[in-house]
Ligand binder design. Structure first.
Ligand SMILES: Nc1nc2c(c(=O)[nH]1)N[C@H]1C(S)=C(S)[C@@H](COP(=O)(O)O)O[C@H]1N2
Ligand SMILES: [Mo]
Length: 425
């Protein structure tokens, strides 16, 4: 027997709470009877599966009211968010991927009719059908997508906010597609070109300027998501996947790319997605995410049933590469310990961490802190305030979005086991 195994066994023996769980394991649970669990016939389910009716994890958001006023008294939370409190591993099920659509609903596109045009400052303007794109060499990579509004101060202020509200505008998938650089090389980029302009086929024709350097680096023209065609809300049949960069660049329902020598001031990139500071200055085209992490369990709104062993678990991700390290503190930031990374660590992807903890029944503030492969460390809220040169109580008093707020998220476990958002506690 290897050492690891025996160490684990000893650990389980010592843990009183787990001993209680183990007794129950000796007999079968109730409610186990053969039968289809979701109202469909077995014949249908064997052709295309559906989750159990007992699994009811859902996206949540004021669907397509992005940019509109919230109902008075209700928190405006934007598009449907991923239920990170239920997340398992580091891949988000495609039906739970968060959604930000600036238009009403996704366009209904027949892939047989869809085209991708590449034109502008190129030697050979090209048009691809979906079939033609799928004949080209493909790449499959794990990457997160995140809206830069994620973690925004106006929602992180809410004491009762769940991790779905505070951090649910990020999701992670296995994306498959053709590298954009391959298509651009095929078209032949002209001397002097320095930007691309990507346009979607939704009603407002979402358009984003992206530096050519990034386009030639790691952008995917993706048609696959978790082994299936990209979901309609995620851009079926084709989207840009711009690893590590703000969601706005990941143009869905992609239909044309124009190669240019300047950025355009397209609607979304020049109005909603600028970083406007209190001194009146604004920065445009800020794109790469910093390093971030959040504990998904235990997290806001959950309740620990009693003292004893819990694995504190969560996700970490960074815009510039792989996660190198995650630390967890269970004493409000006084001390930090390394939290092992669980499973594969992909660059620019959600990375799962876990940390064994024995809750003694006292109040405890739990938080995680990530370090990226370039040594960037996730800041506290106070550090962000200093980095951005803001007044000390800025986020409390005037919680506007300035940029992506990747500040450390503290969750407070109360004596009754309930868990609360403690960012301003
Ligand atoms: N065509 C199109 N692409 C788009 C958008 C859009 O409204 N239309 N929204 C962008 C924004 S702001 C974000 S955060 C991401 C969200 O991707 P998702 O809906 O797949 O999560 O898509 C981006 N791509
Ligand atoms: Mo976004």
């Amino acid at each position: 027997m290897n050492k690891k195994k025996s160490g684990r066994r000893r650990f389980l023996k010592e843990s009183a709470a787990l001993a209680g769980l183990a007794v129950g394991a000796a007999r079968l649970g109730k409610g186990q009877s053969p039968g289809s669990s979701c109202g469909k016939s077995f014949k249908e389910l064997h052709a295309y599966g559906q989750r159990s009716r007992f699994d009811n994890s859902l996206r949540y958001g004021n669907n397509n009211q992005y940019g509109k006023e919230p109902t008075p008294g209700a928190y405006f939370i934007g598009g449907p968010r991923t239920p990170l409190q239920d997340s398992i591993g580091f891949i988000t099920p495609a039906p739970l991927h968060y959604i930000v659509n600036h238009s009403n609903e996704p366009p209904d596109i027949d892939p047989a009719e869809h085209r991708l045009m590449i034109h502008g400052m190129v030697d050979r303007p090209l048009t691809f059908t979906m079939d033609e794109l799928q004949r080209l060499p493909s790449e499959t990579r794990v990457h997160f997508v995140e809206c830069r509004a994620n973690g925004g101060p106006y929602l992180r202020k809410i004491p009762t906010a769940s991790v779905q509200i505070t951090h649910g505008l990020t999701s992670c998938s296995v994306w498959t597609g053709v590298s954009l650089s391959l298509l651009l090389k095929e078209a032949g980029v002209k001397q002097g070109a320095s930007w691309i302009l990507a346009e979607g086929a939704d009603a407002p024709k979402h358009t984003k300027s992206i530096p050519l350097e990034k386009a030639m680096d790691d952008i995917l023209v993706a048609y696959g998501q978790n082994g299936q065609p990209v979901m309609p809300d995620q851009g079926f049949p084709l989207r840009l996947l711009v690893p590590g960069w703000q969601g706005i660049s990941n143009v869905k329902w992609l239909r044309q790319i124009k190669v240019t020598d300047k950025p355009y001031m397209a609607r979304a990139e020049s109005t909603q997605y600028i970083e406007q500071r209190p001194d009146g200055k604004a920065s445009f085209f800020t794109s790469e995410f910093g390093t971030n992490s959040v504990i998904t369990r235990p997290s806001g709104g959950q309740r620990l049933p009693g003292r004893g062993f819990y694995e504190i678990t969560g996700l970490a991700w960074a815009g510039n590469g792989a996660i190198r390290k995650v630390e967890v503190s269970t004493d409000g930031g006084k001390t930090w310990k390394d939290a092992p990374l669980q499973g594969a660590v992909h660059p620019k992807a959600h990375t799962r961490f876990g940390f064994g903890w024995n809750w003694n029944g006292e109040e405890a503030v739990l938080q995680s802190r990530s370090t990226d492969e370039q040594g960037g460390v996730q800041p506290t809220l106070l550090e962000v305030t200093k980095i951005w040169n803001l007044p000390a109580n800025y986020f409390q008093d005037q919680p506007r979005i300035i940029g992506n707020l990747n500040a450390i998220q503290p969750w407070k476990v109360m004596r009754d086991g309930s868990v609360q958002n403690a960012i301003f506690a």
